[in-house]
Design a protein around this ligand. Structure first.
Ligand SMILES: Cc1ncc(COP(=O)(O)O)c(C=O)c1O
Length: 390
């Protein structure tokens, strides 16, 4: 016990200690935090669907009809009608032959990657990919080659230098979760073709948001059929919970037989499945298009005002808008200052991001009011001057 407490003490000294904050009520654009109303500027509920009436009604109806639990893993007795309905809905949405749901994005990445690769194979992984991807790569026992962020010439050199008779898997975030920039998808597709590799895109932050139909990063680049393994999450823009992979029938069948986080875990419950189906219907509707439009205009307002004031938003191209600070202590001071101003935004520190690149990770929602965003912009500019980053 002593050693754990010593380590915690060290984290506190280094400004790296983490604590959970209690949010009361629904995940709306304003929330009650520790008893006080604040503007929520750090949620992935990008379209505001987490308390949408259609999702809530679908979940309630599913509980009444199917109960609260699936009772087992999918290959035992836990495959219910709603699992099949959701997977069909996702495949239709993504234009793939098939889809499979997982219990979370973390479970998807730590299940899919070790299923598709093993000893003798090579994984090429962007340095800024999400931790769950890295953990999936480490579990696979394949050779792991991490390429510098979005550096396509470097990736080409590394693929050439690392020959294999096994499989090659290139894997990238679609929208990088802490930087808000996009993968270089056209170049990645060209490289996958040149080297006969599989391409996997984790579109946790692109699904529902990017592309005219909200189909994600690959729709944004008009490359939907070119991505072999399209993974995404249901707990962010879709406002529900869980994750999916959309791919060919062969790959999905293979994952059913090989992905350990799928095989050895109780499946998603009916309420979550029904809410997810309602979320895809909504994202696909005119209301979904309106919400994406509102989100895009909120993002433009927020990011352009910060950039004009001299804030470094680290190349963000999406609703994830980082504010670069550098070291842990000033980023936490900045976050505390904003909370005093009634704005809830988290400071992001190592190991989530590389040392020296601490940042505030601001996330914009379609449901943010313009006046609230203007208030946040003003406070961020004042805070940035206080901590010396403007
Ligand atoms: C890029 C990326 N992949 C995967 C995940 C994990 O998804 P989940 O929260 O559903 O476990 C996240 C979570 O933030 C993410 O940002």
């Amino acid at each position: 016990m002593e050693t754990f407490l010593e380590e915690l003490g060290l984290l506190k000294e280094q400004g790296l200690y983490r604590q959970m904050r209690l949010v009361q009520g629904c995940q709306r654009s304003r929330v009650i935090l520790d008893g006080r109303e604040v503007l929520l500027l750090c949620s992935n509920n990008y379209l505001g669907l987490a308390d949408h009436p259609l999702l809530k009604e679908a979940a309630i109806r599913a509980v009444e009809k199917y109960g609260v639990s699936s009772g087992a893993s999918r290959l035992v007795s836990g495959t219910m009608e709603l699992h099949q309905a959701l997977e069909k809905r996702i495949a239709r949405f993504k234009g793939t032959e098939a889809a499979l749901v997982f219990n979370s994005g973390y479970a998807a990445n730590t299940g899919i990657i070790p299923a598709l690769t093993g000893k003798g194979d090579i994984i090429f992984c962007d340095r800024l990919n999400h931790a769950s991807i890295l953990d999936g790569c480490l579990l696979s026992r394949a050779k792991l080659v991490r390429y510098p962020h979005n550096d396509m010439p470097a990736l080409q050199r590394l693929i050439t230098a690392n020959e294999t008779t096994g499989r090659r898997l290139i894997i990238t975030d679609g929208v990088f979760s802490m930087d808000g920039d996009l993968a270089c998808l056209p170049e990645l597709v060209a490289l996958k073709k040149e080297f006969d590799a599989l391409l996997m895109v984790d579109d946790a932050h692109g699904t529902g948001v990017l592309g005219t139909g909200g189909r994600g990063t690959s729709e944004h680049f008009d490359l939907l059929p070119e991505v072999d393994i399209q993974m995404g999450t249901l707990g962010k823009a879709l406002g529900s919970f869980g994750a999916y992979v959309a791919a060919s029938e062969g790959i999905i069948d293979y994952l059913v037989n090989r992905a350990r986080s799928f095989i050895f875990s109780t499946s998603l419950p009916p309420s979550v499945l029904a809410a997810s189906i309602a979320a895809f219907d909504l994202v696909d509707s005119s209301e979904g298009a309106l919400l994406r439009g509102k989100l895009a205009s909120n993002v433009t307002l927020f990011r352009s005002a910060l950039c004009s004031a001299g804030v470094d938003t680290m190349g963000s191209e999406t609703q994830i808008v980082p504010v670069f600070v550098g070291e842990p202590q000033p980023v936490m001071d900045f976050s505390r200052f904003l909370l005093e101003e009634g704005i809830f935004v988290q400071g992001i520190r190592p190991p989530t991001v590389p040392a020296g690149s601490c940042r505030l990770r601001c996330t914009i929602m379609a449901t943010h009011a313009r006046t609230d965003l203007e208030r946040a912009i003003d406070a961020i500019i004042r805070g940035g001057k206080r901590v010396g980053v403007i």
